[in-house]
Design a protein around this ligand. Structure first.
Ligand SMILES: Nc1ncnc2c1ncn2[C@@H]1O[C@H](COP(=O)(O)OP(=O)(O)OP(=O)(O)O)[C@@H](O)[C@H]1O
Ligand SMILES: [Mg+2]
Length: 427
């Protein structure tokens, strides 16, 4: 667990990049920090591996102040991934991945073996190990960056906009890969992005910063979408937050209905919605009632076992008849249909229970405040809240961070305000 306690960072020119930040990044979870450009995200992240020192407050790791630990020791336990992977252009992929094990004095054979295993772990062909970074696509480079950060099996991963340099399709693949990896590895991850969709998708917990490094709100993605603390957060999470919050509601409780199903398109007659399936009962499309023998595109389908109401509603909205087609997750076989109205009915019920729980919590908070109770557990500030999923993070270690900035002075934080040196010596 990494804890920021009233942390501030004012650079020497007077820029207050972070102001009074209190935030807990729980162990084995992904904490996403999101906010507009210049709001202090990178500064916050760099204070964790001490590339930058706070000018006020303290950061602890499992209860120990960071400034009581040697920077080298700290950084070797914290993988660091920067935008575009930050790979060394003149080193092969395998050598890039083996950077930290090399610094730690591992044998060549052991380092090579670890690098090859990591290529497997991040889903890259071992043959790519001999290439140089420029001979890889952007998405492949980001995977190598992650592999490099994971090389010495760090406890913590610090990731600064790790997926920003790739197109939306590759980015979405990397997200899935990253979440899968985190399910396996359970690292403590702090990930930065300025993309709220990425934050909501990846974060167990999301912290929103406003310019000047002020914490606007922290909570689970669902809490931010359901209960934005103020107009800034509401604006930041976007106008379609209602639609996006559907991704936290499972589609498993939707009652499926039946429609007419044919294998042979020619058998489709009349105006009732008729679904065409293939020989394995997988849906192919909808028969066009106006033009016998022709077929409408199927639209998207959903799987009740694993998908959410967002996917189900999208499926209904892309169907020519407003009917979402459910398929079996494993086989892809047709399982039934559900109308957009039914899905919206379930959304309405879910919203009602959210509103109820919000008002119950508000009433409890009022009561406790009135009674002078000790602590109010607000859903929007509790870092301990259980997130809806435990995604994966990858990290990479910047050797510059591990050696040069650690062992050579002056440190990266050349702009530390005058008070910084004192706070650094604090134990
Ligand atoms: N060395 C420095 N000296 C003075 N000001 C700095 C320094 N580094 C960063 N800043 C300022 O601190 C503020 C926060 O910068 P930071 O890099 O943390 O923002 P960010 O949220 O990561 O932005 P972006 O999304 O653009 O990467 C900015 O106003 C920036 O100009
Ligand atoms: Mg930044």
């Amino acid at each position: 667990m990494i804890e920021f306690e009233s942390v501030g960072k004012t650079f020497r020119d007077g820029t207050a990049a972070v102001v009074d930040l209190s935030l807990t990044a729980p162990s084995d979870k992904i904490t996403v920090i999101v906010g507009p450009s210049g709001c202090g995200k990178t500064t916050t992240l760099r204070m964790v591996n001490r590339m930058i020192e706070p000018t006020s407050g303290a950061i602890t790791w499992d209860g120990s102040p960071l400034n009581s630990m040697r920077k080298t020791t700290l950084r070797r336990q914290m993988g660091y991934v920067i935008q575009s992977g930050g790979l060394f252009p003149h080193r092969s992929v395998l050598d890039n991945i083996g950077t930290v094990p090399g610094l730690l004095g591992w044998s060549k054979a052991k380092t090579q073996q670890r690098a090859l295993e990591l290529l497997d772990a991040v889903g890259l062909d071992r043959k790519l190990g001999q290439r140089y970074p420029a001979q890889l696509s952007g998405g492949q480079q980001q995977r190598v960056g992650v592999a490099r950060a994971l090389a010495a099996d760090p406890l913590v991963m610090l990731m600064d906009e790790p997926f920003s340099a790739v197109d939306p399709v590759v980015r979405s693949e990397l997200h899935e890969f990253f979440l899968g990896l985190q399910r396996e590895l359970s690292k403590t991850i702090i990930l930065i992005t300025h993309d709220i969709d990425e934050a909501v998708k990846l974060g167990d917990q999301v912290a929103i910063l406003r310019v000047g490094g002020h914490l606007a709100q922290v909570g689970t993605p669902q809490e931010l979408l359901d209960e934005p603390a103020d107009a800034f957060v509401e604006g930041f999470v976007g106008r379609d937050r209602g639609y996006r919050s559907l991704q936290f509601l499972p589609a498993g409780n939707l009652g499926l209905e039946r429609v007419k199903v044919v294998r042979d398109l020619e058998a489709a007659r009349g105006h009732e919605p008729t679904l065409v399936v293939d020989a394995d009962a997988r849906p192919v499309g909808w028969a066009d009632p106006e033009h016998p023998g022709q077929i409408f595109a199927l639209g998207s389908t959903f799987s009740p076992e694993s998908d959410t109401l967002r996917v189900a509603l999208d499926s209904a909205l892309t169907s020519p008849f407003g009917l979402a087609v459910a398929v079996d997750r494993g086989t892809g076989r047709y399982a039934g249909v559900v109308s957009a109205q039914t899905i919206l009915g379930q959304v309405t019920e879910a919203r009602a229970s959210v509103v109820e729980s919000i008002s119950v919590r508000a009433a409890e908070a009022d009561r406790e405040a009135a009674g002078g109770a000790t602590a109010i557990t607000s859903t929007s500030t509790g870092p301990e809240t259980e997130p809806p999923h435990a995604p994966t993070t990858l990290d990479e270690t910047d050797p510059a961070v591990l050696v040069e900035q650690d062992d050579l002075e002056p440190p990266v934080d050349q702009d530390a305000a005058p008070g910084a040196a004192d706070s650094e010596r604090r134990t």
